[in-house]
Design a protein around this ligand. Structure first.
Ligand code: BGC
Length: 750
């Protein structure tokens, strides 16, 4: 019997060994990814390597069929999972299982000032991508808000590199927990849509490193992003996809990026350059290199046959192709070939709850005189006015356009919430803006036409306003061209469609008027002194109406803070201060960032008297907070930095959350330093009367500038000031700090 058992055991061992011997390393998930990548690469022909580094359809690339290696499916991004399009067309594939939850736009996420919300966002959208079998989510976007005219600002995280960095890291990690790669975009300096395919950005090295790169660096180095999307624009003469400084020196050199640089769709122009300067995958070229608009031109992409030919002729080295193919294989192993990844979920209750929660936390209460909000108990009838109360905002705007399973409109949210309180709601249009509702074949199905004249619309709204206890105007921008949309910038800082006149008329008719604007950008507010309450609502997605109503009626106590400066006029932004066309939108193809570091509050906080309506970091609550005197715990050291402590008390009668913000100011420096820079923040939720001792850590990087001469981050000895407050223009404690030694370090992460 024992002998039998031994024979059986020996047989079993033999067959296990046979299976192992037959299982190639690249398919063996017990092996380290690098060993699998190396093994797969060693088995591939040149043609197969070329095959996996460019698209085969609008959003996919092939794998290696002979080896059973699957391809990659990408999807926009960044606010929800885009509906499927035809193989080689932008039009809809006509699928019936590709509706999604639209999450709030990234400006709204940034306005939460809450990394936990970014983690929830990333996890949720990653689950939707995973369920839809997408391997790469084309987002998030982290381009800095340089001008309020940029049509794509709504897809980004505002004007501050530190805030952007703190939000992008958990977003990327949350997405990738699902075995879906985040693709951080648009690397780098894609700060305007005017002439976006060719505009050449000229910016000094310090500004590049201190303002425009930190969000990308955080995503790559701290978030571990598996892919990144070089954009359409040029930097210093070369397109981003063909830019050796951005891709080889910084991304793959200093930051040690081991993922895939995926071109923006159609952003590649030249085989030699793109092959040699660090791009790994080409998508969307829509050309055979000669004719724009050729169909199914994939084999003729710059990184397809033309590249293979140059390698065969010995004009380009195989080593670069091997590196690109290895990176693509690594991405496939991390995503599609990781059989242990979760399954994902689509349109789940949890995702709607996440969208509503993030939306509610990102909404910013800008002004609330007479505590007009939340809606008081004695309000019995409300008039809602404005097109954005009834317009779907998830369709349009460019590649972030979605096909939602459902979208609660602001009016619907307000009506539903009011009904539970016995409050009547009436609606008046007030103005007609954009009645279209179609993007790449997805239609809203809404008929927003209204034949009344502009005067009649105002007259009707005013009449109803006089009869209401309270008026809620819901306006702003929308997702059509020259508003908040890809491919073009705004042409005006003012709200469009006569809205300023509508607001003036409403507040004259009824002083209890609240203005709620849905935008991804700042705008002028000529009516601000007359309007008692103003809410910045962003684009909130599927749960827009519910999230807005939560705040308006007080179910959610607002805690959002502006991630952008709301200046009074366009010329209060440094890029526009002198109306110099070389600074915006550029002349003869060049746009020069002459304002340097003076982006957002770094510029406006220097202007006396103040030129802002609402500063960066500003946002009110239905309760009140008091920051006690801040102190430093200990002295600064290179290894430990320094910790700021500040007691925060909820002095009102409702639970609420406050964001403590710490800015650093260098008092004496050999180079010009910004007037202040955000270097730490923390959101703390407090019960009425409760006090929390908030501790915020500043490491050495909080005091550094980038020295272009040495390429080193540098802290100069001397006096600094640490500013603690609740907005860039609301500082309650200024703490002196002296640093004794010069500190320097390189950007290289290795
Ligand atoms: C956009 C990208 C997008 C891509 C694919 C491009 O036009 O700039 O952000 O991911 O299209 O839709």
């Amino acid at each position: 019997m024992k002998r039998m058992t031994n024979i059986l055991a020996a047989l079993l061992m033999c067959s296990a060994a046979a299976v192992n011997a037959q299982t190639p390393v690249y398919l063996d998930e017990s092996q380290p990814i690098e060993a699998r990548v190396k093994d797969a690469l060693s088995r591939m022909t040149t043609a197969e390597k070329i095959g996996i580094i460019h698209a085969q359809s609008k959003f996919s690339s092939p794998g290696v069929q002979r080896l059973g290696i699957p391809g990659i499916w990408c999807t926009d991004g960044p606010h929800g999972i885009r509906p499927d399009v035809l193989w080689d067309e932008w039009e809809q594939a006509g699928a019936t299982n590709d509706s999604c939850v639209a999450f709030p736009a990234l400006t709204c996420l940034a306005a939460t000032w809450n990394p936990d919300m970014a983690a929830l966002y990333g996890k949720s959208i990653g689950e939707e991508a995973r369920y839809r079998n997408k391997n790469v989510l084309l987002g998030p976007g982290v381009n800095i808000y340089r001008t309020p005219l940029n049509g794509r600002n709504f897809e980004y995280m505002g004007e501050d590199p530190y805030l952007t960095s703190q939000i992008v890291i958990p977003y990327v990690q949350g997405v990738q927990e699902n075995g879906v790669a985040a693709c951080v975009k648009h690397y780098a300096l894609n700060n305007q849509e005017v002439d976006r395919d060719h505009v050449n950005v000229l910016v000094d090295d310090r500004t590049l490193h201190e303002i425009y790169l930190p969000g990308f660096k955080a995503a790559v180095v701290d978030g571990g992003a598996w892919s990144i999307m070089p954009g359409y624009n040029k930097y210093d003469g070369d397109h981003a996809c063909e830019n050796s400084v951005l891709l080889l020196d910084i991304l793959k050199g200093d930051w040690d990026f081991d993922g895939v640089a995926i071109s923006d769709w159609g952003a590649v122009h030249n085989t030699e350059k793109v092959a040699s300067n660090g791009l790994d995958m080409e998508f969307g070229s829509w050309t055979n290199g000669l004719n724009w608009g050729a169909s199914n031109a994939y084999d003729d992409y710059f990184l397809a046959k033309p590249y293979e030919k140059l390698i065969a002729e010995g004009k380009l080295p195989m080593s670069d192709l091997d590196d690109k193919a290895a990176r693509v294989l690594r991405l496939i192993m991390r995503t599609e070939m990781n059989r242990n990844r979760p399954y994902g979920s689509l349109n789940s209750d949890e995702h709607y709850a996440a969208a509503r929660r993030i939306g509610g936390e990102g909404i910013v209460l800008l002004k609330n005189d007479k505590n007009l909000l939340p809606v008081a108990d004695d309000v019995k009838n409300i008039l809602v006015v404005g097109e954005n109360a009834i317009k779907m905002m998830t369709v349009g705007g460019g590649s972030s356009s979605l096909k939602v399973q459902r979208e609660t409109l602001p009016l619907e949210g307000i009506v539903a919430n009011a009904a539970g309180r016995g409050v009547d709601v009436r609606y008046e249009r007030g103005y007609v803006g954009d009645v279209t509702g179609e993007y790449n074949g997805v239609t809203t199905g809404q008929d927003l036409n209204d034949a009344r004249s502009a005067d009649q619309l105002i007259a009707d709204a005013v009449k109803a306003a006089k009869e209401a206890d309270m008026v809620i105007f819901v306006g702003g921008l929308n997702k059509s061209d020259h508003q908040d949309a890809e491919g073009a910038d705004r042409t005006d800082f003012a709200l469009p469609y006569n809205q300023d006149a509508v607001i003036e008329a409403l507040v004259a008719a009824n002083p209890n008027t609240v203005v709620v604007n849905l935008t991804g950008n700042a705008y002028s507010m000529p009516w601000l002194d007359k309007v008692p309450a103003v809410v910045q609502g962003w684009y909130i997605g599927s749960e827009a109406g519910n999230a807005l109503a939560d705040v308006i009626f007080g179910d959610v106590n607002p805690s959002g803070k502006l991630p952008i400066t709301f200046a009074k006029s366009l010329t209060d932004y440094a890029a526009h201060a002198t109306n110099d066309p070389t600074m915006y939108p550029g002349v003869n193809g060049d746009v020069v960032y002459k304002e340097g570091l003076d982006v957002g509050y770094r510029h406006t906080d220097k202007l006396k008297p103040s030129r802002v309506n609402f500063a960066f970091g500003h946002g009110l609550s239905y309760t009140t907070f008091k920051l006690g005197k801040a102190t430093l715990s200990g002295t600064f050291s290179e290894a430990d930095g320094v910790t700021v402590e500040v007691p925060v008390t909820n002095t009102g009668d409702r639970k609420g959350a406050e964001v403590v913000q710490v800015y650093v100011r260098d008092l004496k420096s050999s180079v010009v330093r910004p007037v202040k820079e955000l270097k730490a923040f923390d959101k703390v939720e407090l019960e009425p009367g409760q006090t929390a001792d908030v501790k915020l850590h500043l490491d050495k990087s909080a005091f550094a500038f980038y020295d272009p001469a040495t390429k080193l981050w540098t802290v100069e000895p001397g006096k600094f000031e640490i500013l603690v407050g609740t907005a860039s223009d609301n500082i309650s404690t200024r703490l002196p700090l002296t640093i004794k030694d010069t500190l320097t370090w390189s950007d290289a992460v290795r």
